[in-house]
Write a protein that binds this ligand. Structure first.
Ligand code: G3I
Ligand code: 9MR
Length: 576
């Protein structure tokens, strides 16, 4: 279909004045993939059009689906499905009487830049080293937080290391918009990134993102992982194997650049969750790094030793909760930074045991796996890590010959759990996997979306049924704009994109654009930050303001599943 260019001119006029009502992925689509835009509000029009971005050609027309009432807000929607447009190019989607979408592309490798930027974002989060212009461009900055003189907090004091003892705990990534580092949250982050490597190694072997180590013949994903791993290793007390919960200020820093932040740093109380998460990460890292003996001589072995030592501490201290309020009643100074307090350890036991069993083949760890197999399955988050253990055991089933039948059962459980996420997509007004339940919209809801996709990708790895991939893809669409807010939640991508995340590095640097590749937390009707939100319903409760840390912070445990998801889609393009 050609030559309907008057439509284009008409729509431009409309879009300039009206609020954007067409919610869709603002980056683009693969030629063969699903292609859906969601038109919000009442639509009387009979047809929608896909038009070349120069408005010269109308290349596709279709009819929007039936109107749906959203279960997560007062929005009504109609779906514009243009999957059949497969030809590469740059387009807009137009709906007469409604307006025109932001531009998007259809092309191969369409998420390469998202995958690369979301990984590179970890480099920008590095502490204890300057971030140089040759890697960081205009976001270059001075070193922050050397963490070479960190104090033992009174909650972590022992006879050998009394309060005030000085340790060195340099390196690692800033957790989020704040400048602290937390073992529990590093746990799931590292587990997710290491799993991305294990599941898609050939893809990551080719992905370079211009970091200082890019020429060292190690994939940049692993270079980045090792930067944080070396910090994690400093958090284990060599006297007993226990792991400090976090390395932190007593209170959050102001919105300042990191080289200006000079508060005293502490390592705070050891905890069972931190120690088991550490055991899991170091066991997984051990088997991955052993594949690079020349580049990392001895590091894999050291990791495994550290893992076993941590496991042994946990056996002796099976239920040490990090309860910040309680600790603050007993110890000084009071600590008010992120708590990551988790009081249920069944899943941490399962995950650590799974990683240790996979890396050592030692049956004592499998016993813990077997004892915890029937525990409740839930989507990975910093406080729910059991599924990471399932993923690992399933991934390595061929080497774990003693337990083939049990792992077959685990596979069936993971697939059944994934199927639960496919059951009500049609009832969701955005037809994405996320949003079938209002409970999806919590602090860090965009990571809920990404972790749902990772579950579905694992179901695909098990079954090779491509329905899991196309549905996993729907949540990447969601993150990139097919959502009730109309935002593309990855900084530096899309037209209407997160600009003011609660991220000290991006806010305090005086540069208009935020550091690219960061995933904002996403809609969270809890709005625990108390800021002003123009929209407050579950799927719309997002505000692009740095005040709004409950919906607009960034965090390493949210970026990691984005790396996994974008990379998996790139690695598997053409298969769905
Ligand atoms: O577990 C309940 C769930 O049962 C309930 O349905 C749901 C309803 O809102 O709440 C759930 O608890 C929430 C919990 O996260 C688990 O998702 C809490 O309300 C919520 O307050 C809590 O938020 C955490 C937040 O810290 C406050 O502690 C976020 O998960 C966590 O990502 C965030 O992490 C912060 C660090 O503390 C500091 N650094 C930045 C980082 C990111 O914001
Ligand atoms: O900046 C902090 C952010 O990283 C945390 O996620 C959030 C919740 O713990 O707290 C932020 O810090 C705020 C503090 O809790 C209250 N005073 C305002 C701080 C933000 O500037």
């Amino acid at each position: 279909m050609k030559n309907v260019c008057f439509f284009g001119l008409f729509f431009i006029a409309v879009v300039a004045s009206a609020q954007q009502r067409i919610m869709m992925n603002q980056v683009g689509f693969y030629p063969s993939s699903e292609k859906i835009a969601v038109v919000t509000g009442v639509v009387d029009t009979v047809d929608f059009y896909v038009i070349s971005v120069d408005h010269k050609d109308t290349v596709f027309s279709g009819k929007p689906g039936e109107q749906k009432q959203s279960n997560n807000s007062s929005l009504v929607t109609r779906i514009a499905d243009f999957k059949e447009r497969k030809k590469k190019g740059s387009y807009v989607l137009a709906v007469p009487g409604v307006g025109e979408s932001y531009p998007f592309k259809i092309d191969n490798n369409i998420y390469h830049d998202v995958a690369a930027a979301s990984l590179k974002a970890f480099y920008f989060q590095r502490m204890s080293m300057p971030i140089d212009a040759q890697y960081a461009g205009k976001w270059a900055r001075a070193e922050g937080h050397p963490d070479s003189t960190v104090m033992i907090h009174s909650s972590a004091a022992t006879a050998k290391k009394p309060a005030g003892t000085i340790l060195s705990s340099p390196g690692g990534w800033y957790d989020a918009g704040d400048y602290n580092k937390y073992i529990v949250n590093s746990g799931i982050t590292m587990g997710t990134l290491l799993s991305a490597y294990e599941d898609f190694a050939p893809y990551f072997e080719k992905l370079t993102v211009n970091i200082p180590e890019s020429n060292d013949k190690v994939p940049d994903l692993l270079n980045e992982i090792v930067y944080n791993l070396r910090w994690m290793l400093t958090m284990q007390d060599a006297d007993d194997g226990g792991v400090y919960h976090k390395c932190t200020n007593a209170a959050f820093d102001k919105m300042i650049m990191p080289d200006k932040a000079k508060e005293v740093r502490y390592v705070v109380a050891k905890s069972t969750a931190a120690t088991l998460d550490f055991a899991a990460v170091t066991a997984q890292a051990a088997r991955v790094l052993k594949m690079f003996p020349k580049q990392y001589p001895g590091l894999g072995d050291s990791c495994l030793k550290a893992s076993v030592y941590a496991w042994q501490w946990a056996l002796q201290h099976p239920a040490v909760v990090y309860a910040q309020e309680e600790l603050n009643k007993k110890f000084v100074p009071k600590i008010s930074t992120g708590a990551y307090g988790d009081s249920h350890f069944e899943d941490e036991w399962f995950w650590a045991a799974s990683e240790l069993y996979t890396s050592t083949g030692d049956e004592q760890y499998y016993q813990t796996v077997a004892e915890r197999l029937n525990d409740h399955m839930s989507l990975p988050s910093w406080s729910h890590v059991q599924l990471l253990g399932y993923y690992t055991l399933i991934r390595h089933q061929k080497q774990l010959l003693q337990h083939t039948a049990a792992i077959d059962t685990m596979k069936a459980s993971v697939v059944a759990f994934a199927d639960g996420y496919l059951a009500h997509i049609d009832e969701n007004a955005f037809e994405t996997v996320i949003g079938q339940s209002q409970k999806d919209f919590i602090w860090g809801s965009n990571a809920v979306a990404a972790n749902q996709s990772i579950l579905l990708i694992n179901a695909w790895l098990i079954t090779a049924d491509k329905k899991y991939l196309s549905n996993a893809y729907s949540n990447l669409d969601y993150i990139l704009g097919r959502n009730a807010t109309g935002y593309c939640f990855v900084t530096g991508f899309g037209t209407k994109s997160t600009m003011y995340p609660h991220h000290r590095l991006s806010i305090a640097d005086g540069i208009e654009e935020p550091i690219p590749g960061l995933l904002a937390g996403g809609p969270n009707p809890g709005r625990q930050d108390g800021c002003v939100y123009a929209f407050t319903e579950p799927e719309t409760a997002y505000t692009d303001s740095d005040c709004a840390y409950a919906s607009n912070e960034i965090a390493i445990n949210w970026n990691a599943p984005l790396v996994y998801l974008a990379a998996a889609m790139e690695a598997l393009q053409g298969k769905f």
